[in-house]
Structures are given as structure tokens and as C-alpha cells.
Design a protein around this ligand. Structure first.
Ligand SMILES: C[S@@+](CC[C@H](N)C(=O)[O-])C[C@H]1O[C@@H](n2cnc3c(N)ncnc32)[C@H](O)[C@@H]1O
Length: 345
């Protein structure tokens, strides 16, 4: 006879609503509590443990995926864009899903399988998108009909305190999308000199008080995300509270970009793109801050001048006001696209 399953009490929390990630067990289980999930979404928030995909209809219009096409979603995340692409690629197309995150990738693969997108149509790859050419070689694919990259971190990474990205909830100061590789944010800060850190804050987040903050933060060991956030607030205590919070967000962003080598991966990805696309293949890239958008814009413009692309976005595409209202995380999104030329000159 099997052992009886012990009864587990729900996490206790004070007040009417849970505040901490671990307490939001209903949000994190949309299959069991669909009404809670829907209520959080309707309030303009992202349910804990999920990610609301941004500019889905605009991306589908640009990539125009169709049955039989082969497409790569280079930033699989929670699979929101992937699900929309897979609907259009079914039944005879294929989607490759790349992500560096070894924790979320298997969860999303299982989620997509539960939605009916199994190995016959969807192939996950734990890979940096800088390595897209190697993924294509391993798969024996000469060129793709479509490529999507939705840059940065997912809401699951940002909101799960143990991943170390959260500015509000305490967690180990990690910030690695792949926690098995490289140095954590804590190690990075402890090793950095004031000069190097000032460069990172300026280059990665246009931080106006980069030198002062670098003097205050470099070489120190911060165990918890909230220890770093408090030190940033203390260093900028002369500023209004709202500006202090913006400073916290900029410093976290700059360190995250450095810890994950985000700009060097993006530069390699943009260089490889034309060779990964079939003639006439399309790419869409969604960015969330000026450092990313500048790189994408320049790469597409120079690719167009060199004849690698036959068309590129004249202007950046922005989310609708309605989307920004229903998902405030969409507000800073910028979408650019390019079409590979038929013959490379
Ligand atoms: C904004 S989220 C993507 C969300 C996704 N479009 C969705 O609908 O759920 C970005 C994802 O890209 C991944 N990522 C970031 N940099 C990467 C890189 N260089 N190579 C591969 N994946 C990366 C992150 O781990 C994260 O899961």
C-alpha cells in the first residue's frame, strides 16, 4: 500500500494578499488557479513565475511564419512568442527554441509539449544566441525563414528572488541567466575597480552619476540584492526618492549586462544573422534600452548599405498604448526588423 500523502498547509502570509514570491502559489499554478492568473493579468501585472509576451501581433506580421517554415526563437523565455509562432508553423513547420537559462528551458519545453507542441515541431537548445550558427550546423539547417530575439531578462528571472535580479525582494546577488557559468554579480562587484565599474555603469545604462556610484560600490562584497539596492540609495540619498529608485534600476541593469556579457553576445548575433537567414528570410529584434537598440539599428543599417539586407525598418516599431496600459513592462520596448537579400554581394 502506498504511503498517505501528508497534508501541506498553504504558505501563510499576513494581510489579504500574498506579497512575497514564495507566497504567490496561486499565481504560480495557472492550471489549478486560472481565475487568479486572469485577475493578476487584468490588473496590468505579470503573474509570478510567468512572462507576458510583448508585441506578439506585430512580430507575427513581420515574420509572417507559415506551415513548412523553419524559424528560430533565440530567446525562448516562457514560450509566449514561441506558442504564437508554433500555431502558425503547424503542422509542417519547425521551431528551434534557444535559451541560456538551464532552469527555465526545461520548464518551457514541458509547457509547450503540454500545449501540443512536442519534438516533431519544437526543438529546444540550451545555447547562447551568439552560437546560432553552431545550432544550425548541428541541426543540418542551411538557413532560416525567420528569426526572433526578445532581448534581456524574462519576468520569471526578474521576479524570482533566488535568481538575484530583484531590486525589491532579498535574494543572493547573482543575476546570471545561466547560474552554472561565469561570476555572480556579487563576485563581479567585489573584483571591480572604481574605474572599470564607472565604465560599466556609463556604457550599459547611461548612468549620469557613474563615477560617484562606482566609488561607493566597487570592491565591496554585497551578499543580498537588497544590500546592494540599499547601498545605491545611501550613495544617492541627496536625490528625490523616485530618482533614487531609477538609479537602483539602472545600476542593476548595468551589472546584469556585464555579468551576462549581453553586449558581446548581441554583437556576435547581429554579425551572424545574415548568414543564418535564407534569402528573403526575416528577423525581428525586440530591445528594451538604448544600448541594445543602438546596436541593432547600426547593424541593420550597415547590413542594408552592404547589400546583406534588401529591406530594414525605417522607423522603430513601438507597442500600442493599449498594450503598455495592460502590460507596463512593454512600455520601453522597441522592435526593429530586416529582410535578407536574395543574393549576398
Ligand atoms: C525577454 S525574455 C524572452 C521572453 C519570451 N519571448 C517569451 O515570450 O516568454 C529573454 C530570454 O532570453 C534569454 N537570453 C538572454 N540572453 C540570451 C542569450 N545571449 N542567448 C540565449 N538566450 C538568452 C533569457 O534567459 C530569457 O529567458
Amino acid at each position: 500500500m502506498s504511503e498517505p500523502v501528508p497534508h501541506r498547509r498553504r504558505p501563510r502570509y499576513s494581510g489579504k494578499y500574498p506579497r512575497r514570491f514564495e507566497e504567490k502559489y496561486k499565481e504560480r499554478d495557472p492550471e489549478k488557479y486560472p481565475e487568479t492568473h486572469a485577475k493578476v493579468l487584468a490588473s496590468g501585472k505579470t503573474p509570478a513565475g510567468s512572462h507576458v509576451p510583448i508585441m506578439v501581433s506585430e512580430i507575427l506580421e513581420i515574420l509572417s511564419p507559415a506551415p513548412g517554415n523553419i524559424v528560430a526563437d533565440c530567446t525562448l523565455g516562457h514560450g509566449g512568442h514561441a506558442s504564437a509562432l508554433l500555431e502558425r508553423l503547424s503542422p509542417s513547420g519547425r521551431l528551434l527554441g534557444l535559451d541560456v537559462d538551464p532552469i527555465e528551458l526545461p520548464r518551457t519545453t514541458a509547457l509547450l509539449a503540454a500545449r501540443g507542441f512536442g519534438p516533431e515541431i519544437f526543438t529546444p537548445h540550451k545555447s547562447n544566441y551568439a552560437g546560432l550558427p553552431s545550432v544550425l550546423t548541428a541541426e543540418g539547417i542551411g538557413g532560416l525563414d525567420g528569426i526572433l530575439a526578445d532581448l534581456g531578462v524574462s519576468s520569471m528571472q526578474l521576479d524570482t528572488p533566488s535568481r538575484g535580479f530583484s531590486t525589491k525582494h532579498p535574494g543572493p546577488l547573482d543575476m546570471r541567466m545561466n547560474p552554472h557559468r561565469g561570476s555572480s554579480a556579487a563576485q563581479f562587484l567585489q573584483k571591480s575597480s572604481p574605474k572599470a565599474l564607472a565604465g560599466v555603469l556609463l556604457e550599459n545604462a547611461d548612468e549620469p552619476r557613474a563615477e560617484m556610484l562606482a566609488q561607493a560600490l566597487s570592491g565591496r562584497l554585497f551578499q543580498q540584492t537588497t544590500d546592494l539596492a540599499s547601498a545605491i540609495r545611501t550613495a544617492s540619498s541627496g536625490l528625490p526618492a523616485e530618482e533614487q529608485e531609477k538609479t537602483v534600476r539602472r545600476v542593476f541593469q548595468a551589472i546584469r549586462i556585464a555579468v551576462n556579457g549581453e553586449f558581446s553576445a548581441l554583437d556576435a548575433f547581429l554579425r551572424n544573422l545574415p548568414l543564418c537567414l535564407k534569402p528573403g528570410g526575416r528577423v525581428a529584434v525586440l530591445t528594451f534600452h538604448s544600448g541594445e537598440d543602438r546596436r541593432v539599428k547600426k547593424a541593420f543599417q550597415s547590413g542594408f548599405r552592404e547589400g546583406l539586407y534588401s529591406a530594414i525598418a525605417d522607423n522603430v516599431v513601438r507597442p500600442s498604448p493599449a498594450e503598455c496600459r495592460s502590460n507596463p513592462r512593454a512600455s520601453s520596448a522597441k522592435l526593429r526588423w530586416a529582410v535578407r537579400a536574395f543574393s549576398l554581394s
